[in-house]
Structures are given as structure tokens and as C-alpha cells.
Design a protein around this ligand. Structure first.
Ligand code: HEM
Length: 336
């Protein structure tokens, strides 16, 4: 939570710690309800200990979100008064990005600023609606990306030969230059992209998705009746040996264009597909490419025992390494 896509730096560590603990607690409650069907009956859940806990978590989390909104609105107002002649929207500090941010994209207002600005003219966009959007984005955007970073670095540390291929590619693009990675470099970072995709395939961090069926649906020999909820096992699709031979092995070259010919577009859906797919997909891929390119240019990642079996993450709505991924990080003297 260093800085959120809300543009707001949340400085109070104590609140942050508490908030992070709550998110973990909430996720555990959702998983428990998932496994214990009787807890899905609202009144039973509300009377249960978990229901009580869930309400107290919600109160603390909401207080955190409202604080983020309040601080940003105050800044928004201050800027507006300062720049009375210009649009406050354009004048917000770097649109929520740091001055030294290497990203070359045009400065855009942070998401929260867009909501606050819209709310000025649309009273139906109440603080509660804004709070719900803020919470959705913070929840959907943080653990998913954080886990993918950890999983990528872990896999690349376990497979030094692939790490070297990424580093060779980075060397070709950047040479000995210090300049930061930007989106203009993406087209040339093909192997890095393959490794990110292979990470998302192996450690699909949203492995299960739910969909309700609004009308009878024919699926092969089965008719799924209207009104049921289906569970989509994306993890299984990403580990189907007919599509991905030797699925438990890290083989980024599967995603080279020449090896992807004929693969069904829905055979790889880490961000889901269709109208409710991940709204942050482009942002997440952007973030992953820039940060990982910069990390691998300067640091080498390894594990103490490369032959140890792969870590199995736990499912807390999204995947997590229970005890983190333990890596050895050393500085590269130069890129070679
Ligand atoms: C590696 C990173 C990410 C992965 C793998 C990922 C994956 C997903 C998936 C699979 C869904 C659909 C869930 C479903 O259909 O039930 C989803 C939804 C969503 N994601 Fe992401 N996500 C990532 C990063 C982000 C980021 C960075 C943001 C925001 C900045 C974000 C915002 C959202 C939102 C708001 C939704 C809900 C969209 C809706 O319901 O219409 N995600 N994400």
C-alpha cells in the first residue's frame, strides 16, 4: 500500500498493518463460507462468530477507505483553490504519480480523483459508492499483482537458465544504459513476456471463478439449468496436458508466437474473459513488465535449493505463498 492507484499515499503504518490483517481475515472468512455451505445462509452466517467477525472487519476497513477518500478530497479542494483559474483535475500532483516515476505515459489523474471529480456533478455518486469502488480496486489490484511478482521471481530463481535468457534480452535492449524501462521497450521484451505469461499459467492467482447462468445452457452433453451458479476451474484449464504438455514444468517458450499457433484464445485466461474480465489487466501487465525488467537488470534472484519441489500456494480467494517465497537476492555487477 505504498501508493495506491487512488493516488493517495497512506502514511499511517499502524492503520495499514491493521488493514492488511483485515484483508487476510476477510479472505479466510470467504473461504470458510465457501467450504461450509450452511454459512452461506445469510441469517445463520449473521448469527455466527464469523458473521460477527466479518462485521467488525468491515467497520475497520470502511474507516480506512473513508479516510483515504477524505484525505484525497481535501487535497483536491486545496489544489482547486490554488489553481482557481485552471482545472483542479489537471493540476493534481502529477495525477497521482511520483515526479521521478519512470513511466513515460502521459500523466493521467488517479482513479480516485476521477471519481471525486465526477461526484461533484453527480450526487448519486455518494461517498458510499466511491468507497465501494475504492475497496474493489484495492482488493482486486493488490494481492493479485503482489502474488504474481512473488511467483515470477520465485520461478525465475528456480530456473536460472530462463533468468539468463531474460537478462540477455534486457541487455540487448538496454545495453549498459541506466535509462528506465518504458512502454516503448515492451515490443522487444518478448521473452520477459513469455515468462510472465508462464507464471500466470502455472500460478493462476484467481484459479476459481463463479458465474450464474441466466438461462439454460448446453455444455457438451450436459444442460446446465437456468439459475445455477457454476464454478470455473481456470487452474485446471491452465494445467490441461492436451493444451500445455508437461503442465507442471516452467516452459516460457510455450508462449512464443510460433508455439501458440492454433491454441484456443480461451485456453489462457488469467484475467478472465468476456464483459466481466479484469478491468486492470493492461495496467497489471504494464506494471509487471516495467518492474520486473528493472529488477532483473540490477539483481540476480536465486534459491538455496533449486531441486526442492515447487512451493504450493494456499487459496485465500486469490493464491498466496503461506510463508512467502524465500529468495536470495544479489546485485549484478553489470548486465552479462
Ligand atoms: C496479475 C494481476 C491481476 C490478475 C491476475 C487479475 C485477475 C482478475 C480476474 C481473473 C478477474 C475476474 C474475476 C471474475 O471474473 O470473477 C478480475 C477482476 C477485476 N480486476 Fe483484476 N487482476 C489483476 C490485477 C488487477 C489490477 C492491478 C486491478 C486494478 C487496478 C484489477 C482490478 C479488477 C477489478 C476492478 C475487477 C472486477 C471487474 C468486474 O467485476 O467487472 N485487477 N481480475
Amino acid at each position: 500500500l505504498k501508493e495506491t492507484s487512488m493516488g493517495q499515499k497512506s502514511g499511517n503504518n499502524e492503520i495499514k498493518e491493521k488493514y492488511l490483517g483485515i484483508i487476510e481475515g476477510f479472505s479466510a472468512i470467504v473461504m470458510e463460507r465457501f467450504l461450509k455451505p450452511w454459512l452461506r445462509i445469510k441469517w445463520i452466517f449473521n448469527l455466527s462468530r464469523l458473521g460477527q467477525l466479518s462485521r467488525s472487519y468491515a467497520a475497520v476497513a470502511d474507516a480506512f477507505y473513508y479516510q483515504v477518500i477524505k484525505e484525497r478530497r481535501e487535497l483536491f479542494q486545496q489544489e482547486k483553490e490554488k489553481n482557481a483559474n485552471q482545472s483542479a483535475f489537471e493540476k493534481l500532483p502529477n495525477g497521482g504519480l511520483d515526479q521521478d516515476d519512470p513511466i513515460d505515459a502521459p500523466r493521467r489523474p488517479a482513479f480516485l480523483d476521477t471519481l471525486l471529480k465526477t461526484a461533484e456533478e453527480n450526487p448519486e455518486l455518494t461517498d458510499q459508492v466511491i468507497k465501494d469502488e475504492v475497496s474493489l480496486f484495492m482488493l482486486a489490484g493488490h494481492d493479485t499483482t503482489a502474488f504474481t511478482f512473488a511467483a515470477f521471481l520465485y520461478l525465475i530463481a528456480k530456473h536460472p537458465e530462463h533468468q539468463q535468457l531474460v537478462v540477455d534480452e534486457l541487455h540487448q535492449v538496454f545495453g549498459d544504459s541506466n535509462r528506465p524501462c518504458t512502454s516503448n521497450d515492451f515490443a522487444q521484451l518478448k521473452y520477459l513476456d513469455c515468462c510472465i505469461k508462464e507464471t500466470l499459467r502455472m500460478y493462476t492467482n484467481t484459479p476459481l471463478m463463479l458465474r450464474s447462468i441466466p438461462e439454460d445452457l448446453q455444455a457438451g452433453d450436459f444442460t446446465l439449468p437456468k439459475g445455477v451458479t457454476v464454478l470455473l476451474n481456470v487452474h485446471a484449464a491452465h494445467h490441461n496436458p492436451d493444451i500445455y504438455p508437461d503442465p507442471e514444468s516452467f516452459k516460457p517458450e510455450r508462449f512464443l508466437p510460433e508455439n501458440s499457433i492454433g491454441r484456443h484464445p480461451y485456453a489462457f485466461v488469467p484475467f478472465s474473459a468476456g464483459p466481466r474480465n479484469c478491468i486492470g489487466q493492461k495496467f497489471a501487465m504494464y506494471e509487471l513488465r516495467v518492474v520486473l525488467a528493472n529488477l532483473l537488470r540490477w539483481f540476480r534472484f536465486s534459491v538455496s535449493d533449486p531441486s526442492a519441489p515447487l512451493e504450493t500456494p494456499t487459496l485465500l480467494i486469490v493464491l498466496k505463498f503461506k510463508n512467502g517465497a524465500r529468495l536470495i537476492v544479489s546485485r549484478r555487477s553489470n548486465i552479462s
